[in-house]
Design a protein around this ligand. Structure first.
Ligand SMILES: NC(=O)c1ccc[n+]([C@@H]2O[C@H](COP(=O)([O-])OP(=O)(O)OC[C@H]3O[C@@H](n4cnc5c(N)ncnc54)[C@H](O)[C@@H]3O)[C@@H](O)[C@H]2O)c1
Length: 340
């Protein structure tokens, strides 16, 4: 039963990304943090201490029964998302789940179906949709000023994520591999910008940090869309120096070209009128993402829905399969069909 006061949110998993969700909750006048769960008792207690002594536990079932919990944000390692999501649906709560929605398409679809049956909102934290740069690209495309997108190139290079050799992110069982862990950001974005789902995904992976890695920390991803449209993506967490965060986007449309070069905040549009600069909106991605989830619960559209999360997982699974086989993978080759 939802209360009249601010929407009560339970955070599950109190690591690095949870802090950004908690900061967004703190800044919101529509939702508030009402509880924390972490299977590590010391981390649960520390997070409670850092957040004014808010209720915490190591037991998800116990927390889902707290009456002040209206919705849940899941911030645990990828391999645990589907199991936790099923428990959230069974408890009748709304869910914002960190990416990837699950580590297999079959698991992601089962979560989606659970939420459809429960009549609760499932949104996915495809957070890059909420950033200024991606919203600028999206609104330029929606305005029609560069026409129909034909080719999208998108690059995200970083070097910070693996931490050290104990990180769960380099364990394919816990993260699903780099396509699931980070590839989902770009795979989702280019589809959102293109306004379509691809027919096939072709990927190559490289173990750039070290040959001993069990995952490919550098990915090239090529998506073929209906109408001979194409997206080329590069996603790396292996670049040096470790603090590097390099972004580069180009969209070639039927009436012009948009570029977002070299980590610049403003985009450039070149069309028949000449060159113009699109200034960024200057917002906070995690706050926007939270607002999108709350809007969806109130009956609007989520910034990224459960269906979007499922599509991202399916494309990422296809990418991992393509790396393993060396062949493009049609999305129909997966266990379920992902429709727009
Ligand atoms: N949206 C983004 O841009 C973005 C960025 C980074 C990470 N992420 C995602 O956020 C999630 C968390 O990543 P992180 O970097 O914060 O991880 P982390 O390792 O820093 O934190 C994970 C926390 O979850 C706890 N935990 C593990 N299993 C649990 C379970 N079953 N129930 C409850 N708690 C459990 C751990 O003890 C730890 O405190 C991952 O799914 C990751 O892919 C998203």
């Amino acid at each position: 039963m939802e209360r009249d006061s601010a929407f009560g949110v339970l955070i599950v998993g109190t690591g690095a990304i949870a802090e950004l969700h908690i900061a967004a909750l703190r800044a919101s006048d529509r939702a508030e943090l009402v509880g924390l769960v972490d299977t590590d008792p010391a981390r649960a207690a520390a997070a409670s201490y850092a957040n004014g002594g808010v209720r915490s536990t190591t037991d998800l079932t116990e927390a889902l029964a707290w009456p002040e919990v209206d919705g849940v944000i899941v911030c645990t390692p990828n391999g645990s998302h589907a199991t936790i999501a099923h428990a959230v649906a069974a408890a009748g709560k709304h869910l914002l789940v960190e990416k990837p929605l699950a580590t297999t398409t079959v698991d992601a679809l089962a979560v989606l179906e659970d939420f459809r049956r429960a009549g609760r909102v499932l949104a996915t934290a495809q957070t890059h949709r909420a950033y200024d740069y991606s919203l600028a690209v999206k609104s330029a495309l929606d305005s029609g000023r560069i026409g129909d997108p034909l080719v999208i190139r998108a690059t995200l290079l970083g070097g910070w994520i693996w931490g050290d050799w104990r990180s769960w992110a380099i364990d394919p069982g816990a993260s699903g591999g780099h396509s699931l862990h980070n590839g989902v950001h770009l795979l989702d974005l280019v589809c959102w910008w293109m306004g379509a789902r691809p027919d096939s995904v072709y990927a190559r992976g490289r173990k750039q940090t070290a040959g001993e890695l069990e995952i490919y920390d550098y990915l090239e991803l090529v998506l073929r869309f209906p109408g001979n449209k194409i997206a080329q993506c590069e996603m790396s967490r292996a670049h040096r120096p470790g603090v590097i965060s390099h972004r580069d986007v180009q969209v070639i449309g039927t009436a012009g070209t948009l570029s977002l070069p070299w980590d610049a905040e403003p985009s450039l549009v070149l069309d028949e009128q000449g060159m113009s600069v699109l200034l960024p909106a200057g917002g906070n991605g995690f706050a926007r993402q939270l607002t999108g989830w709350l809007d969806a619960i109130a009956g609007g559209d989520a910034l990224a829905s459960g269906e979007d999360g499922l599509a991202a997982v399916a494309m990422a699974e296809a990418a991992e399969l393509s790396i393993a086989t060396g062949q493009p993978v049609p999305l129909t080759a997966l266990a379920v069909e992902v429709v727009p």
